[in-house]
Design a protein around this ligand. Structure first.
Ligand code: FES
Ligand SMILES: [Fe+2]
Length: 371
């Protein structure tokens, strides 16, 4: 890790993991011919889309004197910096012109690069691969391709619908993630007359198993007070419904619910924007309700309510967290949060030592809690 790395300045609970794909922006926010500034892991980015519809992402700082490239002009697949007019090829970041040069000045323009990031579009989002931080002065070299494709929502057939929701959370990615996987807040945060009340609280018992870089809540019949389950019961016999929930580093919760030929899948991510700000994006794909006119709206309504309740809770929580309270994680309800921190440490340790990934779980575990 370079000496001046922003990682050094972070408190232990807000480390951000480099070397992964992250959701940058919803696809429909970036129009053809447009440049949009955004941020991932405290890296300023300019995301754009050319006239053919292909998306790209560059570091939003000109390698000359740092002017945000998002202030420049985008034309014919090239970005022209607004300060001295240097031009860069949008996908590779390669410099194509330095207008101030006179004929006999032999600066090798094509050896200059604006930092560029691997960029893919998947399930209505533009994903950007954020590599490990290079040594200071990097960005003058061609970017390496991503070691793996961007994550995808599992789908079980050609015909399905897709929808997304997004919300900014005023907290570190860690609080966003452990809030997302926390099984005990449901009865208190997510009350609604059409869903559940705090009196529906009951004991639960779920099996968990380790998976690469994460853990899985093994396939089971969903709890009777969960919302997708209530919707699916309209379609299938209760005992034919199964759900599997995975968490994997750096930030992904994937849920698959199947009921005979019907299925519902979602991939939720909590993306670090800065060390104390993150964003939750829920993207769902399903083949239920395809013939039912308000199906997508109904589903969006249900999820928007949940996400808003979580967002509001974390907004309030961030007030308390400002004063650095001592925090405690208890068994079994906070065990997934402990695994998350264990996974994260294992990943950072592996990067540091160059050794194996030491998974924090040694085998399947059953957890019990009331919610
Ligand atoms: S700062 Fe971009 S061209 Fe000078
Ligand atoms: Fe929640």
């Amino acid at each position: 890790m370079p000496e001046d790395s922003p990682l050094e300045k972070q408190t232990p609970d807000s480390l951000m993991l480099f070397g992964f794909w992250y959701r940058a922006l919803p696809s429909d926010q970036v129009k053809r011919g447009e440049l949009l500034p955004t941020m991932l892991l405290e890296q300023p980015l300019v995301v754009g889309r050319d006239q053919q519809g292909r998306a790209f992402a560059l570091r939003d700082a000109c390698p000359h004197r740092g002017m945000p490239l998002s202030c420049g002009r985008f034309e014919n697949g090239e970005i022209e910096c607004s300060y001295h007019g240097w031009r860069f090829e949008a996908y590779s970041g390669q410099c194509t012109a330095v207008p101030s040069l006179v004929a006999d000045q032999k600066l090798k323009v094509d050896r200059i690069y604006a930092g560029s990031y691997p960029c893919e579009e998947r399930d209505d989002f533009i994903w950007v691969f954020v590599p490990e931080l290079g040594p200071a002065g990097a960005g003058f070299a061609k970017a390496a391709p991503a070691p793996m494709p961007s994550p995808e929502i599992p789908k079980f057939g050609e015909h399905y619908k897709l929808a997304y929701l997004t919300a900014d959370l005023p907290c570190s990615v860690d609080h966003g993630i452990i809030g997302l996987m926390d099984p005990a807040h449901g009865p208190f945060v997510h009350q609604a007359w059409w869903w559940r009340s705090r009196h529906s609280i009951h004991e639960k018992r779920k099996n968990f198993e380790p998976i690469p870089y994460g853990f899985r809540m093994s396939a089971h019949t969903p709890s009777s007070n969960s919302a997708p389950y209530k919707l699916l019961r309209l379609y299938a016999k209760a005992d034919s419904i199964t759900t599997t929930i995975d968490f994997t580093l750096p930030n992904m919760r994937s849920e698959v619910i199947r009921a005979g030929k019907y299925w519902f899948a979602s991939l939720t991510t909590v993306t670090p924007i800065t060390r104390n700000r993150c964003r939750i994006d829920v993207v769902a794909a399903w083949n239920l309700f395809r013939w039912f006119p308000f199906g997508a709206d109904l589903l969006k309504f249900v999820f928007a309510k949940f996400v808003e309740q979580d967002r509001r809770t974390m907004e309030l929580q961030s007030e308390g967290l400002k004063h650095n309270p001592h925090l405690m994680l208890i068994d079994d309800a906070d065990r997934p949060a402990k695994w998350y921190f264990g996974l994260k440490n294992a990943y950072l340790e592996m990067k540091k030592s160059g050794g194996e990934f030491r998974h924090p779980m040694d085998g399947p575990v059953t957890l019990r809690w009331r919610s």
